[in-house]
Design a protein around this ligand. Structure first.
Ligand SMILES: [Zn+2]
Length: 161
């Protein structure tokens, strides 16, 4: 790594730019099956073993009744519950800005799944748009291994005003 040194971008207030890099080890612990699932093209949520509440995310215990959950394979298609366009993001997403974050609704799930939406311009995104999960061909075992794209190649136009 080349040391670039500190760059002063402003003095009132003092704003500096510096390089930041670190290697780290991170255990996914009980969430491991979710990330392994992404590498196999599967979305694993959680289903309460007592009351049947279905979470669209890994969750060890039910927030409704407190019972343990079991892994639950989610459908690979859903629809957009809501969305936002991000014009800035963390290092992993800066090259993609502006990008769209969506909360995905799945049939049979009681909660939503946060993901990125690709393959459509931000101004064309609509609530209710059908979306399909896509998975990285070379998994990095991160949440970025999955994203969504419009399920139909030509999403319908919004109704005329
Ligand atoms: Zn429960």
């Amino acid at each position: 790594m080349a040391e670039k040194g500190t760059v002063v971008l402003g003095v009132d207030p003092l704003v500096i730019q510096d390089h930041y890099e670190i290697d780290y080890r991170h255990s996914y612990a009980e969430d491991s099956p979710f990330f392994v699932g992404l590498s196999k093209g599967k979305l694993l949520g959680s289903r309460c073993t007592k009351c049947g509440y279905v979470y669209a995310t890994p969750r060890s215990h039910c927030m409704e009744c407190g019972a343990p959950t079991a892994w639950h394979e989610l459908p690979l298609r859903g629809s957009i519950h809501t969305f936002t366009t991000c014009h800035y993001g963390g290092e992993a997403f800066l090259k993609e800005t502006p990008f769209t974050l969506i909360l995905v609704e799945f049939d049979g799930a009681n909660t939503l799944f946060l993901s990125r939406l690709k393959g459509i311009k931000p101004e064309a995104v609509r609530i209710g748009l059908p979306v399909a999960a896509r998975f990285a061909k070379m998994p990095s075992f991160k949440v970025t291994d999955v994203w969504f794209e419009p399920a139909d190649p030509h999403p319908p136009l919004p109704p005329a005003p």
